[in-house]
Ligand binder design. Structure first.
Ligand code: G4P
Length: 528
């Protein structure tokens, strides 16, 4: 069978693409690492640019007042660059825990993840949550252990933590020689060489080929004490460590581990090159009609995130679409499957570092930003030719709840419109109590409440009042004969947007109690 010209183009473009997200706890060094990666790709010229973006750029967007006040990065975007023939898409995930719902969704658009860990702090709370989402999807995870220039934990303890806390086995690709003040480099197990940490700014890359870790040269570099330690460690890894099994890596069961120091640009290039050679290209995506191959000629994609008012001058929304198959071309007409109509994609944007450019073409793995006049929802599928519906994106169980009321009853109509639109974006879930029909909001992080209040005021002119409730989690109830009266103690029965029954609980004890009382009922983490 001969492949058409487009078919060949798709094979080539898919093959060279790598789309990934960096997952980490705030302060582990994600901004720093991202910046160094972009520097290698020539996407930015000056160090400090991404940092600047974090600190200043969004100060121009006034709905991000909150971001400024709290000094955190709320917006997540996409960065694209080329490196040695590869086209790399980094999905930037906001690190602050308040935006984890958003972050979770972004992970659904990635083909692999880079888990960044602070060598002193080990696996932290946010990393753990994000890791679990990657785990559920079974995507490969590559680990970068950062800040080796500082005193950190013993590397074996860190690997042990990966296994104990996250349940993933690891294969160190390199191994640190000393740490903190004594840190003098890493031994590259695959390339059999030492990468030296030296020079005033440590930015010059100095490689020393050796015959193995027992080489005299290694001893000279490390000094007798560190050399002995290194040999002991590596011998132990050779004998008892997991070998690099690519099948397990691709199944997300084994994580290749790299040690380095992002701020010193140490170990970053080696990491990038290894990562690009090992990480998967865009994979087929599951749809209702089976798997869709990326090289299928008809274009398809899905919306994984909607961001409002990125440009405050235009009250626009941007829908982020992950291309899953075929070739995207500006101005093409596609089917918006849920809405049942053809739409023209005329002003798509692509994200390169901090500039938003108009995109002419895009291939599977790429992310494009579509101008959204309010027609898209998270999870929407767009396709050319046959209708394709990609599997629904998961929803995440809210952990914080508030009762919402409108201060001025005359504004009820605007309030309802704002409530509908903002909850449709997907980061806030809405519930109604049984009987009184009170409206409750459920979110993953406190900041989402603040953003909700702010946007209701700024975009819909409505002052709302939020009253925090004591509930800590929600469980979707699957049972026959549901009796609201049975959920009164430390719990409450409500309905979600689709009229499913949901029970809100104040604590684990209340949940256990309910489970004992209703052994035949199911209490699900997410909507059935
Ligand atoms: P984040 O995006 O994950 O939140 O982390 P970010 O890159 O902003 O880094 C958090 C802090 O850690 C920054 O210091 C950064 O300079 C530092 N850092 C990142 N990588 C390394 C590393 O390899 N070694 C050491 N020693 N520090 C590192 P800061 O004081 O908060 O900011 P700044 O004043 O340096 O800008």
């Amino acid at each position: 069978m001969t492949t058409s010209k487009l078919g060949q183009e798709l094979i080539k473009e898919v093959d060279r693409r790598r789309t990934f997200a960096i997952i980490s706890h705030p302060d582990a060094g994600k901004t720093t690492l991202t910046e160094k990666l972009l520097l290698f790709g020539g996407a930015i010229r000056l160090a400090g640019t991404v940092k600047g973006r974090k600190a200043n750029k969004h100060a121009t967007s006034d709905w991000m007042e909150i971001e400024k006040q709290r000094g955190i990065s709320v917006t997540s975007s996409v960065m694209q660059f080329d490196y040695k023939g590869h086209r790399v898409n980094i999905l930037d995930t906001p690190g602050h825990q308040d935006f984890s719902e958003d972050t979770y969704r972004t992970l659904t658009a990635a083909d692999s993840a880079v888990m960044l860990i602070d060598s002193a702090k080990g696996v932290e709370a946010q990393t753990k949550k994000l890791f679990q989402v990657c785990r559920q999807r079974g995507i490969p995870i590559f680990t970068f252990i950062n800040k080796l220039d500082r005193e950190g934990q013993n590397p074996f303890d860190l690997l042990e933590e990966l296994e104990q806390v996250l349940g993933i086995r690891s294969h160190p690709m390199n191994w640190p020689i000393g740490s903190g003040k004594q840190f003098c480099g890493v031994y590259d197990r695959k390339k059999v060489r030492v990468e030296l940490f030296k020079g005033d700014d440590h930015e010059e890359i100095s490689l020393q080929e050796v015959s193995g870790y027992e080489d005299e040269t290694v001893k000279q570099i490390a000094g007798p004490y560190l050399y002995e330690q290194l040999c002991e460690d590596l011998e132990l890894l050779d004998v008892a460590g997991d070998p690099l099994d690519m099948e397990k890596v691709l199944a997300g069961e084994l994580t290749p581990v790299f040690f380095g120091s992002a701020i010193n640009n140490f170990g970053v290039q080696t990491f990038l090159e290894n990562f690009l050679s090992m990480a998967p290209k865009p994979e087929p995506r599951q749809s209702q009609a089976g798997k869709i191959e990326p090289t299928k000629e008809n274009f398809s994609g899905f919306v994984f995130k909607i961001q409002a008012n990125m440009n405050p001058a235009h009250r626009d929304r941007v829908a982020f679409l992950r291309v899953c198959s075929g070739k995207f071309e500006r101005g093409m007409s596609v089917k918006h499957v849920r809405a049942g109509k053809e739409i023209k994609l005329s002003q798509p944007q692509q994200f390169l570092a901090q500039d938003r450019d108009i995109v002419e073409v895009a291939y599977p793995g790429d992310i494009i930003g579509l101008f959204d006049p309010g027609i898209f929802r998270i999870g929407d599928s767009l396709s050319q030719g046959t209708e394709i519906v990609f599997d629904e994106l998961p929803t995440f169980s809210p952990e914080l709840f508030s009762k919402v009321t409108v201060k001025n009853a005359l504004k009820h109509k605007q309030y309802q419109k704002g409530l509908d639109q903002l909850t449709e974006e997907g980061t806030i879930q809405v519930f109604k109590t049984i009987g009184f029909e009170d409206t409750l909001l459920g979110v993953v992080g406190q900041l989402q409440f603040e953003v909700f209040e702010y946007r209701m005021r700024a975009e819909y002119g409505v002052e709302v009042q939020l009253q925090r409730m004591n509930f800590q989690f929600a469980r979707w109830l699957v049972a026959e004969n549901v009796d609201p009266g049975k959920f009164r103690i430390n719990s409450q029965l409500v309905k979600d947007k689709k009229d499913n029954y949901v029970v809100l609980f104040e604590n684990e004890y209340a949940l256990r109690n309910a489970m004992e009382k209703f052994p035949e009922a199911q209490f699900l983490d997410v909507a059935p």
